[in-house]
Design a protein around this ligand. Structure first.
Ligand code: FAD
Length: 389
């Protein structure tokens, strides 16, 4: 099933190496961390040591200096092998904000340590309980006082906050009523979470249907040194938007990996399970949903590749990034649905890993951006229909 794709893939070698690493973390490992809602520390450590989490960091800062398509290949392989990159994927795209908009000092201070694994930049504080998708309505405020900012407010769904040294935080520095456009007056900060914890920063875990180590975080007069402001004050929303295409393309590749895992698992089982004197996969009622999900996955994958190629050649890729993210998440869900149905009752048993992957794959129709918001991007920015919000 994967041969034609792999043969044409410039990252075939990386895929092979990542697959070997993932083989050390089989279903049993993921089942255990899922059951305990634990952080997959050993897996993240192994990825870090192999240099994969620093894939996008330029060589001058100690990273591998690889293109986005290589990072996409890494994440896809993790998911295709049955694992879950949700524990660490954010580091790949968050660091882009520091790389692109950070000062030379910030780059020197953070990037080499992120590349070596000494520092984890896994937490991304954007979403808030009251504003949700309406990001520019966020209420967390950072007020400048001398050589520091005082931060007050709350974030929700800040994943990996308990397992990260640094957080990239988006907060309002000028009230919405005082800016010409609602996208202005927001700023981006690097927060040293270890220093802030217990000094204005509180983290509360949220238990979710899958193991995602997500939390809500509270800021109560938390101090952030002014030197930790990224780029210019008031331009933070633009900086976050800048990183969104990369984020969507990477999440899309995870969903493609999920779809491939489900399809392989469903195909294998359909050939092994014999009922009424023949393998269940001989019945077209079993075959067709799997075949349909495969077709959906390949279409989403083609769009992902177009998006990656455009991203890497500096062309606008919002259309492909958004659409491939939506279609890949839907293909993964269709494949998960076909897989669980093919397995009958066994699809619900923990030891088959299908139910775990099914729960994990569902997230990407909601986060980091929900399907409706992708459709509204396409409606407005691609098709030129009237703006709805
Ligand atoms: C497990 C998990 C991990 C996450 N990790 C992070 C993280 O690390 N950092 C972070 O900042 N955020 C994170 N998020 C937040 C995630 O990005 C948001 O949940 C997502 O963007 C949706 O926002 P919301 O939950 O506030 O939903 P809402 O904005 O309240 O939307 C609810 C529903 O209404 C729909 N809707 C809203 N407005 C419109 C409209 N104008 N037109 C049509 N439909 C609309 C949405 O599509 C959605 O289906 C995470 C979320 C989850 C569940």
């Amino acid at each position: 099933m994967d041969q034609p794709i792999l043969a044409a893939d410039p990252h075939a070698e990386i895929r092979e190496e990542v697959a070997k690493l993932c083989a050390r973390f089989p279903g049993e490992y993921w089942r255990n961390v899922d059951r305990e809602r634990a952080y997959p520390t050993e897996f993240v450590q192994a990825l870090t040591e192999a240099g994969y989490l620093g894939a996008l960091i330029p060589e001058e800062y100690g990273g591998a200096g690889l293109p986005l398509s290589a990072a996409a290949a890494i994440l896809e392989e993790i998911h295709r092998s049955g694992g879950n990159a949700g524990a660490c994927h954010a580091q790949m795209y968050i660091m882009g904000t520091i790389l692109k908009h950070g000062s030379p000092d910030q780059k020197k201070r953070y990037l080499p340590k992120i590349a070596s694994g000494e520092l984890r930049l896994q937490a991304f504080g954007v979403t808030e309980p009251t504003s949700g998708t309406d990001t520019t309505a966020l209420r967390t405020v950072a007020k400048r006082e001398g050589d520091r900012y005082i931060v007050n407010g709350q974030k929700i769904w800040t994943s990996r906050a308990e397992h990260s040294d640094l957080m990239l935080l988006l907060a309002r520095t000028t009230p919405r009523s005082e800016v010409a456009k609602k996208t202005e007056g927001l700023s981006t900060f690097i927060v040293d979470m270890k220093a802030a914890l217990g000094h204005g920063l509180t983290i509360r875990p949220i238990r979710t249907m899958m193991n995602h180590n997500t939390t809500e975080v509270f800021f109560d007069n938390m101090e952030v040194p002014a030197e930790n402001l990224v780029g210019q004050e008031g331009r933070g929303f633009r900086y976050i938007l800048d990183g969104m295409n990369a984020e969507r393309l990477l999440i899309s590749s995870e969903s493609i990996g999920d779809a491939k895992w489900f399809i392989r698992k469903a195909v294998d089982y359909s050939k092994e399970r014999v009922l009424f004197g023949r393998p269940i996969g001989q019945n077209q009622g079993v075959q067709f949903p799997i075949a349909r999900a495969y077709a959906q996955m390949r279409a989403a994958e083609a769009l992902l590749r177009q998006g990656l190629a455009k991203f890497e050649t500096g062309q606008p890729c919002g259309e492909e990034a958004n659409m491939s993210k939506m279609l890949a998440a839907e293909a993964a869900w269709a494949a998960g649905e076909a897989c669980i149905q093919t397995h009958g009752g066994f699809g619900f048993a923990e030891e088959y890993d299908v139910e775990r992957k099914y729960r994990e794959a569902r997230l990407y129709q909601v986060a980091p951006i929900s399907t409706n918001l992708v459709l509204s991007y396409v409606g407005e920015h691609v098709l030129g229909m009237p703006r709805s919000y």
